[in-house]
Design a protein around this ligand. Structure first.
Ligand code: S3P
Length: 177
């Protein structure tokens, strides 16, 4: 099989499996895996709940913008972005222009299941996380679609299977060496 080489950027909501699927993809493509949330935490020396607490969401978004600009200029990597990265126009542009963007399409019910015991996502520390996830999807789904080159459903298969499907989709686009 001819190998795809080039940046792959994963976008999608919290609980879409961006990190898990991204790791599988990076193994299959033999490309480095980078997670923008981890990079933000490493640079800041603090975790995401702390950043939201001290600097607010606006402070986090500023950090996220600068990390995404930096990481999308590296190549070839597999990058998992945070669920809100598409909110900024500059992020959407950098992602779309500097790699192949894959939207991991995931219904709210699956997002909820996969994030239910999580305490590290400040936006979900609310009495009604289903409502929050639904509102976020209404706002963000059009932006994920606008940014993506490939839309990949994540249900009905494990992370490895989804990663394989993404590789087939990359091949189908003809973006091969
Ligand atoms: C966020 C998603 C999180 C993280 C932050 C904000 C969002 O990333 O960036 O908590 O706005 O949806 P994951 O999608 O990796 O959970």
């Amino acid at each position: 099989m001819k190998k795809y080489r080039g940046n792959v950027f994963l976008v999608g909501p919290m609980g879409a499996g961006k990190t898990t699927i991204g790791r599988q993809l990076s193994e299959l493509l033999k490309q480095e895996f980078v997670d923008s949330d981890h990079e933000i935490e490493a640079r800041t020396g603090a975790n995401i709940p702390w950043i939201f607490d001290v600097e607010g969401e606006a402070g986090f978004r500023l950090r996220e913008e600068s990390v995404i600009d930096f990481l999308t200029q590296r190549s070839p990597i597999v990058l998992a972005t945070g669920g809100g990265a598409v909110m900024r126009e500059s992020n959407r542009r950098h992602l779309h222009e500097r790699g192949v963007v894959v939207y991991l399409l995931t219904p709210v019910s699956a997002q909820l299941e996969r994030t239910s015991r999580d305490r590290n996502r400040p936006l979900l520390q609310t009495p009604d996380p289903r409502k929050r996830l639904t509102e976020l999807m209404e706002l963000r789904d059009p932006l994920y679609r606008e940014t993506a080159h490939i839309i990949m459903p994540t249900e009905g298969g494990g992370a490895r299977e989804v990663a394989m499907k993404i590789i087939h989709a990359l091949e189908a686009r003809g973006t091969l060496e």
